[in-house]
Design a protein around this ligand. Structure first.
Ligand code: TPP
Length: 354
């Protein structure tokens, strides 16, 4: 990994001081972050298995990226709002969304069953980059209202190539919107490596918009916490937007429909596994005396219980109604949607005839 990253925890779990990002170790919060990573990881593993056994239509694995997600979500205040992609399982864990609700979406029975206003996180946005604009619009709105809040806008390295993200950066910068762009550079946009998206580190682009940027070790939960907190505070105090590039890695497939062995080496995956965010946090907390075997066993048992609960919940869920996907697309009936619905209805009827 490039050395110009902010890192507060080495891969061996040693604490590194950084003059710009002093961080007091609050053991309760560190233990909570450990638990959040373990539970997010369990949701991920279980959901992948449930997709493989035909219970879910799709799942987007998060393995390897939980560190920055959990750190950044812990940096948010309760009224701060996050705009997310399909990958942000760790953030939903921190914000208290029951993972069963995430599965409703991938089961195809709900567009999103959590209330974004209550949770302070938007829906899983699948249209790449579009929510960067929404987040800046929201930030400009709270700025106008004089609220003491800030916005976290999350997207991937691939999204930085979209026009929507460029436009969002322009508006955020020119209006000094209270928004923090958190790019999880997980090295791949499906099968396209980041080297095909950018010749220079993504964070370098921020200067062109007149916005400060920080490159952080995305597998370091403490860097995620400290740098995001500083950027959100700067935003809420009127300092304008910040661009954070979290250098991390997607160790699983892009989605359960993807086969990454077709475009990347096992060696790369193994290298990043040795930089695992949970391992390094555990090593640090053990050395600090902040956790012991009893604590890790309790969290492991909680994760086991979560797995069982997810399996039971999904097996108890109704099957999706295929025609339901045409509801709620528009408020008024729409010609194209109606035609698509009729075609699907004919198709379903043809299956019944067989
Ligand atoms: C506007 C748009 N174009 C294309 C796609 C298809 N697509 C889905 S995920 C993806 C790659 C996204 O990569 P990145 O932004 O790096 O996020 P990651 O999936 O790695 O978290 C693409 C191109 C889409 N969903 N939306």
């Amino acid at each position: 990994m490039n050395e110009d990253v902010v890192r507060l925890l080495s891969p061996e779990g040693e604490r590194i001081e950084h003059e710009d990002y002093p961080l007091e170790a609050d053991h309760d919060q560190l233990r909570a972050m450990y638990r959040d990573i373990v539970l997010a990881r369990r949701t991920d593993v279980e959901s992948t298995a449930l997709q493989r056994t035909g219970e879910l239509g799709l799942w987007c694995p998060v393995l390897g990226q939980e560190g920055v997600q959990v750190g950044a979500a812990h940096a948010m205040r309760s009224h701060d709002y996050g705009f997310t992609t399909y990958r942000e399982v760790g953030m939903f864990q921190v914000r208290g969304v029951d993972p069963v609700e995430l599965l409703h979406l991938y089961r195809g029975i709900s567009h999103a069953s959590w209330d974004p206003r209550e949770v302070g996180l938007g829906i899983f946005t699948i249209v790449i980059g579009s929510h960067a604009l929404h987040s800046v619009g929201y930030a400009m709105g709270i700025q106008r209202d004089g609220a003491d809040d800030a916005v976290l806008s999350c997207f991937g390295d691939g999204a930085t190539s979209t026009g929507d993200v460029h436009e969002a950066m322009v508006f955020a910068s020119v209006f000094s919107a209270p928004v923090v762009f958190l790019v999880q550079n997980n090295q791949w946009a499906i099968s396209v490596p980041v080297t095909r998206q950018a010749r220079a580190p993504l964070s370098v682009r921020a200067a062109g918009y007149g916005m400060p940027s920080v490159r952080i070790d995305g597998n370091d939960v403490l860097a995620g916490l400290a740098v995001t907190r500083a950027a959100l505070d700067r935003a809420r105090e009127g300092g304008g937007p910040t661009f954070i590039e979290a250098v991390t890695y997607r160790r699983g497939p892009h989605t359960t429909s993807d086969d990454p062995t077709r475009y990347r080496d096992d060696g790369e995956v193994e290298h990043w596994a040795s930089l695992d965010p949970l391992d390094r946090l555990r090593r640090y907390l053990e050395a600090e005396g902040a956790i012991d075997e009893e604590f890790t066993a309790r969290v492991a048992a909680e994760a086991e219980g979560l797995g069982e609960r997810l399996r039971a919940a999904i097996r108890g869920m109704e099957d999706p109604e295929p025609l339901g996907m045409f509801d709620h697309v528009y408020v008024e009936p729409h010609r194209q949607v109606q035609a698509d619905r009729a075609a699907m209805q004919d198709y379903l009827a043809s299956l019944e005839l067989r």
